[in-house]
Design a binder for this molecule. Sequence first.
Ligand SMILES: N[C@@H](CCC(=O)N[C@@H](CS)C(=O)NCC(=O)O)C(=O)O
Length: 208
Amino acid sequence: MKIYEFRGFPNPARIRIALAEKDMLDQAEFISVNVPDGEHQSDAFRAKNPSATVPMLELEDGTCISECTAITEYLDHLDGSPTLTGSTPRQRARIHMMQRRAEAGLLDAVATYFHHATPGLGPDVEGYQCPDWGNHQKETALTGMRYLDGVLENQPWLAGDDFSMADITAFAGLIFAGFAQLGVPDSCANLRNWQDRMAQRPSVAALG
Ligand SMILES: N[C@@H](CCC(=O)N[C@@H](CS)C(=O)NCC(=O)O)C(=O)O
């Protein structure tokens, strides 16, 4: 399988972490798409992924799959051990719910702040920018951090006792927050502790 990505960027990191957690890194061929240079906006890449985003998975039969959640589902169905998306109906539903909360309430909110209220990737790549919307999403992201901090008060991982795709999404949100120079509030001790534990996982350390 081919993974189109730009190394070091937060969403591609989600798939590198997922592959490493599942011990499948050596099954992927990584193809660099230079996002800061706008390569993801080329006609050739859009033909594969109309969303013009990385990461994207391309299968041997030419099937192209974007969205980290979809790619992670695919990987989990190839090899369910360990599972990142859950096995039982209860686990799967909780992971899906917490993944979406981490994505909408943190990762996507930080991305919107970065692209709309900061110079982002620069004038050649950024199109329409709405600073008011970006700053509003910064507040959403901070609220999201406080929410996740509360979740981690009583459990080790975001969807319960087991590490999951929800943790990967939230960690990518904090990588992006670092890009955007948006720190985790000092009051979020549980989230900071969880971030430290995440950083110690071999899958995260392997990001380099
Ligand atoms: N929801 C998408 C987000 C992908 C995404 O936004 N990736 C960023 C890189 S971290 C990107 O390609 N940005 C290019 C752009 O926004 O123009 C996913 O889960 O894959």
